[in-house]
Design a protein around this ligand. Structure first.
Ligand SMILES: Cc1cc2nc3c(=O)[nH]c(=O)nc-3n(C[C@H](O)[C@H](O)[C@H](O)COP(=O)(O)O)c2cc1C
Ligand code: SF4
Length: 429
């Protein structure tokens, strides 16, 4: 039994009573249907969401632990594997153990990508679409595990929370001007490593995401909507120009859910005001973006928005799930020809397949993204596609321990369901 619900009808009842818009379907056929992503086809509708393992080797290449995580996802059967945040510049790493792709280590990424395809094919008879997330951590940069923030602008509340000196200079236009080339370079390396595409990460208040709300910044990256989205679009254009036939996507915040944030209501920042988000996704489509992954909030500010859970009950978690999937639905309606990955399913535990099928059938997303659930039960897609609904005692309990490990700069894994793994299997080598 999960969150007080024994049956799907109990979950439906809570949603109806509380006015949460969530769609459920007992017919799960759609989950096994292929879906186009650019010129490729993903064999099913499950997406293993990007989740940093904080287990890269010192040169930024994948370690044995990194490879093992992706082999578990590959064996688990997701049709779309969205590889975690990979830094485009050293100073933009979120930790000393974040991945970074370079000329020197590109072959190590290639080995992981090859091994993932091989494992997926041998276990499931299909090959997943693989997208690499490209990031600059901006305000949350900790390249040597000490905070070294690179901020788009000062934000009183976020500065206060992270002890950012009010006198810290903001990133200059000249610095930002250098980044499209760096994103394009990383994308070319991702292509060389055998990935199908990249994600220009613009969420969770990392650098490009923070710029979307740089209302008071002066110069070409602040103020108007065109200025605030400029660097993001320039990065996409640079990738499209450099990489040719290669998927360019983005993980985008539907809204930030914080004061003065992107697409937040003026009087109530917890209320999404999506006009700019929707305008932006139409522009992204015009610039050749072929897949979107919609999320919200920031793990550093409002983790309950970003990862609905049973620990921080700032709001009923089902409200958070419904909000995030409703925003994905708005985006999907706005750009129906681009597949949208919905975020926030994990909280639903054994009811995930019914919500995944319901949301996809309702046209609110094309893929069901599984974040924490991919750590806790990597085989969830495979089991569902073979007709089995895994019981709650194999699933994520939304305790937040994996994210806690990440914040401590330690390799993240499911601290609840991974207990059987010998302790030395979590050591870096
Ligand atoms: C340990 C951990 C690492 C994460 N790393 C990333 C990341 O690299 N990039 C990203 O966009 N989101 C990251 N996320 C957020 C997840 O992709 C996902 O959006 C979030 O967990 C909510 O989805 P869920 O309810 O299915 O878990 C991370 C989450 C966790 C718990
Ligand atoms: S550690 Fe907790 S939140 Fe993370 S995957 Fe495991 S059960 Fe879920």
């Amino acid at each position: 039994m999960s969150f007080g619900c024994e049956e799907l009808s109990d979950v439906v009842g809570i949603c109806e009573k509380s006015g949460y818009e969530l769609h459920f379907s007992r017919d799960l056929k759609i989950l096994g249907a292929a879906a186009k992503v650019g010129r490729r086809a993903a064999p099913n509708r499950f997406c293993a969401q990007p989740m940093e393992g904080c287990d890269a080797l010192p040169d930024g290449s994948p370690s044995r632990l990194t490879a093992e995580r992706y082999l578990r996802f590959a064996g688990g059967g997701a049709g779309l594997i969205w590889f975690e945040a990979v830094a485009v510049v050293g100073e933009g790493k979120a930790s000393a153990r974040q991945l970074i792709i370079t000329e020197e280590n590109v072959e190590s990424f290639r080995s992981v990508a090859d091994a993932v395809r091989k494992k997926a094919f041998s276990e499931n008879g299909h090959v997943p679409v693989m997208i690499m997330q490209l990031t600059h951590s901006g305000r949350f940069s900790r390249p040597d595990s000490t905070p070294r923030p690179i901020i788009a602008y000062h934000h009183a509340e976020l500065d206060g929370r992270h002890s950012i000196d009010p006198e810290l200079p903001v990133a200059t236009d000249e610095y930002l001007d250098t980044l499209p080339e760096r994103y394009a370079k990383s994308a070319m390396l991702a292509k060389k490593a055998g990935f199908d595409g990249v994600d220009v990460k613009c969420c969770h208040r990392y650098l490009l995401s923070e710029l979307l709300s740089s209302f008071d910044r002066v110069g070409k990256y602040g103020g108007s909507f065109e200025n605030r989205t400029r660097l993001f679009i320039d990065c996409i254009d640079a990738i499209r120009a450099a990489c040719g036939d290669f998927i360019c996507g983005s993980r985008l915040n539907g809204f930030d859910a914080l004061p003065l944030g992107f697409s937040c209501g003026k009087d109530d920042y917890m209320k999404p005001e999506l006009s700019e988000t929707l305008e932006l996704v139409k522009i992204l489509r015009a610039h050749g973006v072929e897949i979107l992954n919609i999320t919200s909030g920031s793990p550093y500010y409002n983790a309950y928005v970003n990862r609905p859970n049973d620990v921080d009950r700032s709001e009923p978690p089902l409200r958070g799930v419904s909000r995030m999937l409703s925003i994905a639905g708005e985006v999907q309606r706005c750009v129906p020809d681009i597949p949208v990955v919905g975020t926030g399913f994990t909280y639903l535990r054994e009811f995930v397949p019914f919500a995944a099928a319901g949301e996809i059938n309702a046209g609110r997303c094309a893929f069901a993204g599984l974040g924490r659930m991919s750590f806790a039960c990597p085989d969830y897609p495979k089991k569902v596609l073979s007709g089995e609904i895994p019981p709650a005692d194999l699933l994520c309990v939304t305790c937040g321990k994996c994210a806690g490990l990440l914040r401590e700069g330690r390799p993240s894994f499911c601290a609840v369901r991974d207990k059987g793994r010998p302790p030395n299997s979590r050591r870096l080598d």
